[in-house]
Design a protein around this ligand. Sequence first.
Ligand SMILES: N[C@@H](CCC(=O)N[C@@H](CS)C(=O)NCC(=O)O)C(=O)O
Length: 242
Amino acid sequence: MLTVHKFGPAFGLPDLGPFVVKLETWLRIAGIPYRTAPGDFRKAPKGKIPYASDGDRLIPDSSQIIDYLVEKHGDKLNDGRFGAQDKALGRAIKSMFESELYFVLVYLRWWSDEDFARLRPAIGQSMASAGVPRFAVSPLLAFAQRQTRSMLKAQGIGRHTREEVYATGRALVDAAADLLGDKPFFLDDAPSTLDTAAYGQLAELLFTPFENPVKARVQEKANLVSFCERIRDTYWANEPGA
Ligand SMILES: N[C@@H](CCC(=O)N[C@@H](CS)C(=O)NCC(=O)O)C(=O)O
C-alpha cells in the first residue's frame, strides 16, 4: 500500500503543507487506500515533503506521485476528458496556485516573527513526530526560518514590501474566483487533479488562523469558500484533524 510521508495535521487541516493536502485529497477522490507516516527530510528523494513510498520505491513530488498512481491505477479522476485547450488552461491555473500563490502563502507564515510564532508549535510538533530530539527543535526552527527567508528572497517575493505581497495575493485570489465562476470545480462539474492542487493552497489560506488581507479576500469570495467547503465536507468529513 502507498505511504504518504507528510508533516502532520495542523490547524484543523490534515497537514501543514499544501502539497500534502493536495495529494491526500487526490487519493481520497480516486478512492485509493493509503497510509501516512511522518516525513523525514533526510530520506526525501528531493529534499521536499510530501514524498511517497510504495514497497521499496520512494517517489518525490506530489505531481510525480499522482503521475505514478495514474500509471498504476488508471485515470481515476478522468483528467483524460479534457481537450487540449482545457488541459492547457488547467496547466496555467495549476502554475498560478503552485508557483505563485504558494510563495505568497509561505511568506504569510514565515516572513514576520509574529506570523512565524503562530507556525512554530505546528512545525515543532511535526519535527517531534519525525523523531527530532527535543533539544534540537528550537535551533532547527530558527535555522528553518532563516533558510525559508533566503529561499523567498531568491524566489523574488521576499524582495517586495508586505503591502506588495498582499496586493499580489489579492490579485491571485480575484483571478482564481473569476476562473472558478459559478462552476463547482475549476474546469467543469466534477473534480479533476487541478482542483486538488487548488484546494491544497486555498484551504491552507482559508482554514488556518493566519489573519491577513489575502485570507480576508478568499473569505469574501463566496464561490471559493463553497469550493473549499465542498471538498472538505465531501472528502474529509468526520476525519480527525480535517
Ligand atoms: N513540487 C513539490 C513541492 C513540495 C514543497 O515545496 N514542499 C515544501 C513544504 S510545503 C518543503 O518540503 N519545503 C522544504 C524545503 O524546501 O526545504 C510537490 O508538489 O510536492
